[in-house]
Ligand binder design. Structure first.
Ligand code: MEV
Length: 327
């Protein structure tokens, strides 16, 4: 049996805009997906049931790319600490961990760029051809990740990613960002609305909006400016500025139709005890996050409103092989 794990992610700036080449910044969070793979008789299985491309498109893509469609059957088991379909990158974490497990099973090199590439292609395949590398790169590399349309001198460039999308070829430069020592006193409180939202549907909704109202491209481009300013403020430890920019990012995301009343409500509540708050990930439900130095107060306020929360530092380790698997 081989077991691997990878973290979920929280996007601080640039979700949706990153699909159109604008920068985005995310941190790995302290909640992971674990995947174990064991040889079995008969057919490939996922949590005891037949592995099907309709239900598990990421894993089937990775299996076909790494081992081949007619490879020896394996039984896959998953344990997740993430809320599913909630904007925390559970499918990207599953892809990164699954990729590492399948590479390890076939004695292939666990190269981070290869894991990030294969996971990104699996994600794009499941998302109608439109997916940025922000989720899969953050799950693979861990820490804080900046994806941009250019190499940024203030961050550590790791690799380039290209993808053929319905709108043409896109290219992203993926970087790791060093956070200042003061970041260890700052927390993210992630609040879950309890509403499942499909990333593929929301990405399609934004694509339709931009096709029908090209002037909305201004919001996308402003989100890019906010992300650049946000990562600069974060690197300098200016959390008041980061929070202000998060508030603006939320308004911009609302203006392209991906917020909802539950997210708006939780964001308003969280702002009272935080530097700033916004929805995170695809939106339409899912999760919001707040940047705060008073995590207990923010978490309690969100729980009072019926939200479930995860409190996490800014960053966690990326994909790793695990020695043991507990179910
Ligand atoms: C989803 O976590 C982030 C989106 O920007 C989609 C993507 O980047 O592929 C909405």
């Amino acid at each position: 049996m081989v077991t691997a794990s990878a973290p979920g992610k929280a996007i601080l700036f640039g979700e949706h805009a990153v699909v159109y080449g604008e920068p985005a910044v995310a941190v790995a969070i302290d909640a992971r997906v674990y995947i174990s793979v064991t040889p079995c008789e008969g057919i490939w299985k996922m949590d005891g049931y037949a592995l099907e491309s309709g239900r598990h498109p990421h894993v089937v893509s990775l299996r076909n790319a790494i081992l081949g469609e007619s490879s020896e059957p394996q039984a896959i088991q998953i344990r997740s600490e993430l809320f599913p379909a909630a904007g925390l990158g559970s499918s990207a974490a599953l892809s990164a961990a699954g990729c590492a497990a399948l590479l390890s099973l076939s004695n292939q090199d666990l190269d981070e760029e290869r894991i990030a590439t294969l996971s990104h292609l699996a994600e794009a395949n499941a998302q109608g051809g439109r997916a940025s590398p922000i989720d899969t790169s953050t799950s693979t590399l861990g820490g804080c990740v900046l994806v941009s349309n250019q190499k940024e001198s203030f961050a550590n460039w790791r690799y380039s990613r290209t993808l053929e999308t319905p709108e043409g070829e896109r290219m992203w430069e993926v970087h790791s960002v060093d956070l200042p020592p003061s970041a260890s006193d700052i927390w993210l409180v992630v609040g879950y609305t309890g509403i499942h939202a499909s990333t593929a549907d929301l990405v399609q909704k934004v694509a339709d909006l931009l096709a029908n109202s090209p002037n909305k491209m201004e919001s996308i481009s402003r989100m890019g400016d906010v992300a650049r300013a946000g990562v600069a403020a974060l690197s300098q430890g200016d959390y008041v500025e980061v929070g202000k920019l998060m508030d603006e990012a939320h308004d911009l995301l609302s203006s392209i139709g991906v917020s909802c009343s539950e997210l708006d409500d939780m964001v308003t509540v969280a702002r009272r005890t935080s530097f700033g708050a916004k929805l995170t990930g695809a939106g339409g439900g899912g999760c919001m996050l707040a940047l705060t130095d008073k995590p207990e107060e923010t978490a309690a306020a969100l729980e009072m409103r019926g939200g479930r929360v995860i409190v996490t530092p800014l960053g966690a380790s990326g994909v790793v092989m695990e020695n043991s698997y507990e179910n």
